[in-house]
Design a protein around this ligand. Sequence first.
Ligand code: HEC
Length: 201
Amino acid sequence: MLRSALLLLSLAVLPQQETVRSYGDMANGDGLSYTADGQFKMPEKYREWIFLSSGLDMSYSPKTSMAGHSMFDNVFVNPSSYRVFQQTGTWPDKTTLVLEQRGAQGASSINKNGHTQSPEIMALEVHVKDAKLEGGWGFYEFDGSPTAKIVKRPASCYQCHESHAAVDTTFVQFYPTLLALAKSKGTLSPAYLKDISTPTQ
Ligand code: HEC
């Protein structure tokens, strides 16, 4: 009885977010890490990473209306993986891509037309290449906490990315500095090549 009470106590004082596995150049913010229970830790320095693109009010169905919810998304990738992509046209293991959503603001300060991005972050999602995971990639959705559990398969995330993304389940067709590179290296996915060869109604 006493022993189990002591065990409970020692578990309670263990640091909650203990890191057990880290990869890459963590000292320079270009790596990734998991907690003891396999959660992914939000990379703190992703804002210093390589910027791939901003999408505005992207929608995957012609009928979807974004009325009242105009939103930007910004995509970043860790710098060492970007450099590998430039050599090979695809991503190395442990590539981490971050999608950050911000509200599109109207007139403010001297801006009278068009849109700027809100200081608040509306959503943070991460896509990680890890050979240990089923399918080789995992998605994580952050809800304000510094760690997140993997989005379990089956999920729409995997389904859409695997059946429409241009390179290795990532949406390189929308990342202007990468698309031509992938084309020249011959790394475009069969799914994407099929999409662009099928005329849309
Ligand atoms: C119907 C299709 C679709 C679904 C479902 C979807 N995505 Fe995406 N995702 C996209 C597109 C398109 C982009 C490119 C965004 C851009 O160009 O700004 C993208 C980009 C991303 C990126 C940036 C890196 C990359 O892989 O290109 C992340 C991270 C991401 N999505 C996470 C998620 C998560 C998490 C889910 C599930 C909760 C999800 N996505 C579901 C279409 C989808």
